[in-house]
Write a protein that binds this ligand. Structure first.
Ligand code: DLL
Length: 435
């Protein structure tokens, strides 16, 4: 553990620390951020009324639209002269939002990312290739400073130029790869095309996140690269990567609860649900200075995994994020997440782990097509083989998801690859549609 005194502290001590930090945080945002003062006043809540952690239920939520309406700096809780860095959210679903960090924030972030690598089993002896994008995206610089804080050799290559990624992976003796899981697959595929067997390289760990991925995809990456693949989670509004991370037991992501309070909300009532139940994840930052967020609704779906982890960390674990409420497809009344389709596809021999869900309109009806690449070893000219494979895929989706969708098999490498977050849903339903 990178900070064992925090990561394995007793739950009682942790809750006392959380309460003290929460009180300070609420008082600070009430005084310094007009949006919070207005929200608290409207709800009849004063920070000094908070007596227990449970009282957080009385505090109003923060949503993405609050951040958008405060664009760019309206939610900062310190004067601009104390801000030393800004990042912004990826903005795939609308206008971008800006987040600001003080020196103290950057210092804590580096610690939390060092914790993340240590969770994955990395040490100062590792050589870490940081392939998350550098820039306004939090992935690159977050992963970079964490790697330096741990004392590892840091390779700040950023995303893109996949052939060079493979070359560096091979020549620089890289032992840890940090990138999105979909990009890890592309790196593996490119290495194979270059005649390089990643399994024979010193690479042993991947710290993958920034997009939903499935257990089956983990198995594929681990097999292709001969590594342990660890799921890491975070979001810009809360900090960036370094909010939660799996440990080597790979059974849920430890939430760094000394810095972030997690709640799982019932999607209908928005009341917090007990551990074990699934819902929307909300976070409250406990130590952020630049832009603290209070009960921020992430739209990510997860649950708390009850029980202790064998690694000795006392932080509770959240289950891997299976999807977002705004990514959910409703196909003839059935709720479907792209990652569920992925899970099904990965279990079928003959199809490659590259797919896209395409939404179109037929008259007034929404139509859903799943485009799946066939594996390179399947000949695209053998009609009968393809037909049989198509039936297998549609049948598997229908039986697992309880809804039938049209499946289109496409040629190897025809689905666009991504060097960052993969685009799993292509919305072709017309003007103004989200894509
Ligand atoms: O993606 C931060 C990050 C960078 C996390 C590198 C991990 C590694 P944003 O661009 O603000 O920040 O996107 C945040 O990405 O709300 C989730 O929907 C999704 N996401 C992040 N990590 C995971 C993960 C970064 N491990 C949004 N599994 C979040 C599933 C993830 N989804």
């Amino acid at each position: 553990m990178f900070q064992p005194e925090m990561e394995s502290m007793g739950r009682d001590a942790l809750e006392r620390l959380q309460l003290a930090r929460l009180r300070t945080q609420l008082a600070r945002v009430y005084v310094n951020v007009p949006l919070y003062r207005r929200k608290f006043d409207d709800a009849g809540f004063r920070p000094e009324q908070l007596e227990t952690l449970d009282d957080l239920r009385r505090v109003p939520f923060t949503v993405k639209d609050d951040m958008r309406s405060a664009y760019p700096y309206g939610m900062f809780a310190v004067p601009m002269r104390d801000i030393v860095r800004v990042h912004s959210s990826s903005g795939t679903t609308g206008q971008i939002t800006v987040v600001g960090y003080t020196k103290g924030d950057l210092d804590r972030w580096a610690d939390l990312m060092a914790r993340t690598y240590a969770c994955a089993g990395a040490t100062a002896d590792d050589v870490i290739q940081v392939t998350y994008g550098y820039g306004l995206f939090t992935g690159g610089l977050g992963a970079h400073y964490g790697s330096e804080r741990l004392g590892s050799v840091t390779i700040p290559i950023s995303g893109g130029n996949t052939a060079r990624q493979v070359q560096v992976l091979k020549d620089f003796g890289v032992t840890v790869l940090a990138c999105t899981p979909s990009y890890a697959l592309l790196i593996a595929e490119t290495a194979a095309d270059m005649g390089i067997d990643v399994r024979s390289l010193p690479l042993r760990v991947g710290v993958f996140g920034a997009e939903p991925w499935s257990e089956a995809m983990r198995a594929q990456i681990e097999e292709k690269m001969g590594i342990t693949a660890i799921d890491i989670y975070g979001l810009s509004e809360v900090m960036g990567p370094g909010v939660a991370s799996e440990c080597v037991h790979k059974n849920g992501l430890h939430v760094f609860e000394d810095h972030f309070l997690i709640e799982i909300l019932d999607p209908q009532t928005l009341e917090p649900v007990p551990d074990g139940e699934t819902g929307e994840v909300a976070f409250t930052t406990l130590t952020k200075e630049g832009i603290p967020v209070i009960r921020y609704r992430t739209r990510d779906i997860s649950r708390i995994i009850p029980g202790r982890c064998a690694c000795g960390r006392t932080f509770r674990r959240m289950e891997r994020v299976t999807g977002r409420t705004d990514d959910m497809l409703i196909i003839r009344g059935v709720n479907v997440y792209p990652s569920q389709i992925e899970q099904v596809l990965m279990g079928i021999a003959g199809v490659a782990p590259h797919y896209q869900v395409v939404l179109t309109k037929k008259g007034s009806m929404d139509a859903v097509e799943v485009h799946v690449e066939v594996s390179p070893e399947i000949s695209f000219d053998e009609i009968r083989t393809l037909e049989a494979l198509q039936r297998t895929v549609s049948g598997a989706i229908a039986s697992v998801l309880a809804v039938s969708v049209k499946v289109k098999l496409v040629e190897p490498k025809s689905i666009q690859r991504s060097e960052g977050k993969a685009k799993r849903v292509l919305d072709m339903r017309g003007e103004g549609a989200k894509s």
